[in-house]
Design a protein around this ligand. Structure first.
Ligand code: NDP
Length: 444
């Protein structure tokens, strides 16, 4: 058995019931094999991989709060502090009923490599709760956030661990969490990113992940003598990442014909009307179904199936494992040429393999959606310096970071004679910096 296979078998045996975590580890270890084989003796002697797959710390806690009927509710809260070799832990908080330790470990593990790829000094972490903000009143969301932060505040800080948003955690939740941190710790510091502009937030942070996805798409297309203008694009999801991916793709001349949510999908052959989408999702916190009621010519279909729509470019921006093998086959059959992951691990391992074997250019989320965390790190810098940069300045830095990520990924793939294999490129480029830092810091 090779070293990577041994470590994968150990992960499966020692972390039972954590399929998402196994999947993320497998994807990374399989593609690192070429690098590991070249340095096997050193890495084995230092147990580098065994250390890499074990979180430095997992914090798990009770979150009691009172709902609007006066009933006491109890949720689970977590923070996974996965790896601090290159900087303080950094990664989002997810509030969604599906949240469990496996999902947060997969996200925290991916975050290590993503953060490394940004070139900024940030380690990997992730956290969240099985709390569902959907359908809750503002007061209930605040009560939950205050209880969650009362416990979490003991473990985070501007120089130790800096959480941000993710699914179910946007500006409203970050505001309540920040208020409670300040209250219980009596510290006004940049402990969270994604804050409002009046209290330390950065311009462009809201747009950053979606814009970054399209900036890297633009680089990929240029590298293949192609361009975004005139392309038909399918986006999945209709949350933060999806909305700003739609916005930037439309700005660069593409026609985006679909968005979805967990109930169903929209097909709009005239191109998604962003004003209507933002009003439904950002202002009214409604469902995409309402889009078809407001925009003539668009169609709403209940259930899954965005992949049945013919497109040149597919941007999955909703959640993990949303695109399976059947979906991948439908996309290939319809002539889709590029899949760029806006969400974290939205494509199953089989689907990834299928599309790559069938000529689709595929960029994994850990590279493509790194614009969000990169801009969060820019927010941390502005907080430390007590400065605010203009929107143009932040957007320009974001753009440069995405161009550099593409270069690193592309260069790493070529260095190992695997041109256009961006899965391998992203994992290698992210891994090398973290492992060199771990080796330099000794056994810890
Ligand atoms: P949001 O909560 O803003 O939006 C999530 C979207 O995905 C919603 O449209 C939601 O639909 C849909 N969705 C969630 N779960 C499911 C599901 N099980 N099946 C189908 N659709 C689902 O989250 P974000 O836009 O912030 O995050 C989207 C993805 O991007 C996640 O994978 C996240 O980890 C990743 N990401 C986000 C970053 C950020 O800066 N926000 C940074 C990097 C990665 P519904 O309303 O029906 O639940």
């Amino acid at each position: 058995m090779s070293y990577t296979e041994e470590v994968y078998a150990r992960v499966v045996a020692q972390n039972p019931g954590e399929p998402e975590f196994h999947q993320a580890v497998k994807e990374v270890l399989d593609s690192l094999k070429v690098v590991i084989d070249r340095n096997e003796e050193l890495y084995r002697s230092q147990s580098v991989l065994e250390r890499l797959v074990e979180p430095e710390r997992i914090i798990s806690f009770r979150v009691p709060w009172v709902d609007d009927k006066g009933v006491v509710q109890v949720n689970k809260g977590y923070r996974i502090q996965f790896n601090s070799a290159i900087g303080p832990y950094k990664g989002g908080l997810r509030f969604h009923p599906s949240v469990n330790q496996s999902i947060l470990k997969f996200l925290g593990f991916e975050q290590i490599f993503k953060n490394s790829l940004t070139g900024l000094p940030i380690g990997g972490g992730k956290g969240g709760s099985n709390f569902d903000p959907k359908g809750k009143s503002d007061r209930e969301v605040m009560a939950f956030c205050q209880s969650f932060m009362t416990e979490l505040s003991k473990y985070i800080g501007a120089d130790t661990d800096v959480p941000a948003g993710d699914i179910g955690v946007g500006g409203r939740e970050i505001g309540y969490l920040f208020g409670q941190y300040k209250r219980v710790r009596d510290l006004y510091e940049g402990v969270l990113t994604g804050k409002g502009l009046t209290y330390g937030g950065s311009l462009i942070r809201t747009q950053a992940t979606g814009y970054g996805v399209v900036y890297i798409l633009d680089e990929i297309l240029k590298a293949h003598n192609d361009s975004i203008a005139g392309k038909t694009v399918c986006v999945t999801g209709s949350g933060n990442v999806a909305i700003y991916a739609v916005e930037k793709a439309e700005q660069l001349g593409a026609k985006v014909v679909s968005v979805n949510d967990s109930n169903g999908y929209i097909y709009d052959p005239n191109g998604i009307n962003l004003e209507v989408l933002k009003d439904i999702k950002e202002v009214k916190r409604g469902r995409v179904k309402e889009y078809a009621e407001r925009v003539p010519g668009s169609v709403y279909t209940e259930g899954k199936g965005t992949w049945t729509i013919k497109c040149d470019i597919y941007l999955p921006c909703a959640t993990q494992n949303e695109l399976d093998l059947d979906g991948a086959k439908a996309l290939v059959a319809n002539g889709c040429k590029y899949i760029i992951e806006g969400a974290n691990m939205p494509t199953t391992l089989e689907a990834t393999q299928y599309v790559m074997e069938n000529g689709v250019i595929f960029m994994p989320g850990k590279a493509a959606n790194a614009g969000g965390v990169a801009t969060s790190a820019l927010e941390m810098s502005q907080n430390s310096m007590r400065l605010s940069w203009s929107a143009e300045e932040v957007d320009q830095r974001l753009h440069e970071i995405m161009v550099n990520i593409f270069k690193k990924v592309d260069e790493a793939a070529k260095r190992y004679d695997m041109e256009d294999n961006y899965v391998v490129g992203a994992n290698i480029a992210g891994f090398e910096k973290v492992v060199n830092a771990m080796l330099a810091q000794g056994i810890c």
